[in-house]
Design a protein around this ligand. Sequence first.
Ligand code: GLA
Length: 402
Amino acid sequence: MKMIREHHLRDLHWLRLPPASFHGCLLLALCIGTALCACGADDHGLALTPPMGWNSWNHFRLNISDAVVRKQAGAMVKSGMKAAGYEYVVIDGGWEGYHDAQGLFRPNKLKFPDMKALCDYIHSLGLKVGLHTTPGPVTCSGREGSYGYEEEDARTFARWGIDLVKYDWCSGDTVYKPAEITAAYEKMHQALLRAGRPILYSLCEYGLEDVWKWGASVGGHMWRTTDDISDEYWNVAYIGFEQNGLEKYAGPGHWNDPDMLEIGNGGMTDEEYRTQMSLWCILAAPLFAGNDLENMSGATLGILTNPEVLSIDQDPAGIQGHRVWQEGPREVWMKPLKDGSKAVGLFNRLEYPLMITANWRELGLPAPATVRDLWARKGLGTFATGFTGSVPAHGAVLIRVK
Ligand code: GLA
């Protein structure tokens, strides 16, 4: 898989600090840490199914505050998103202040006057809290990061009541060599373990160094496999359909993350948003809504909360699906489910409708087989050799077959 990262931090090379001895120490610390604690990705039993929640970045960017986050958390409950399974409220970049003289990470006090009180409020709604930081000295937006403060920051996050840390590479390459990326992520893993609170560890480094091969070994419960998503069909399709082949690296406790949902952000049609949801569910991807939960249409809410569609993503077997057949813009993907049935997605990548056939033999399904349309939530009957559906432009048909 080709990874492209247009880094917006090229001007930060003056931050390339540490002498070679530092890297040696880091490696030694990593070895000792790993020997002392053979904790895998499943420590604390977190993320047994793909994590679900909301993240501030896709819609709000840096325009976040205590008030914005409280309102989004409230809307997550009121809208029915919480009841549908969305749990984490993730505060992405934009909350940071500075490390004080004692090395304590302070939020931007004008926007986030009391992080612990905010966490307490979110917890009182029965939700969990996530926070963004970086192994580098500065975040992707030029705010302070956790470099050199990993232990203190992990303790601070635990004290505030943070339940998820999104650890975003950003300026990591100004202080670490490419081969040190694993050690940089392991360092925060060990710090989080020592902080003593079950914290879901979300790795974000855009797929560098084939993170899917080692993400679980540094305690990652999920890891980004790609560069940032955008609210455009071509980008969602590029990222989503590129995930084929990574399925063997995912499973309960450790998931490939093709980035957050754009559903409801306005750049795509509802059909295109249904495609993102259908594909992300087949991929057993973490589902982080990225829209404004206070102001969403009925269609957006319907796409985000369809229980039969979400049950594909959240299937307890935790098997990531893969592409079974492709001919030009027609694709058929399949995800095996715990009860022996299979979720099948018919995807049309063209700008006009197409007929697409899922063939039972190619899918390893018995013939005849019964079909349920998951978006329509209705049984379609029994089919002898396969199922042919009319798939809208850039759209998807999602069925459950047994
Ligand atoms: C990176 C990440 C995004 C988001 C931004 C915040 O680009 O990939 O998901 O966290 O940083 O600056």
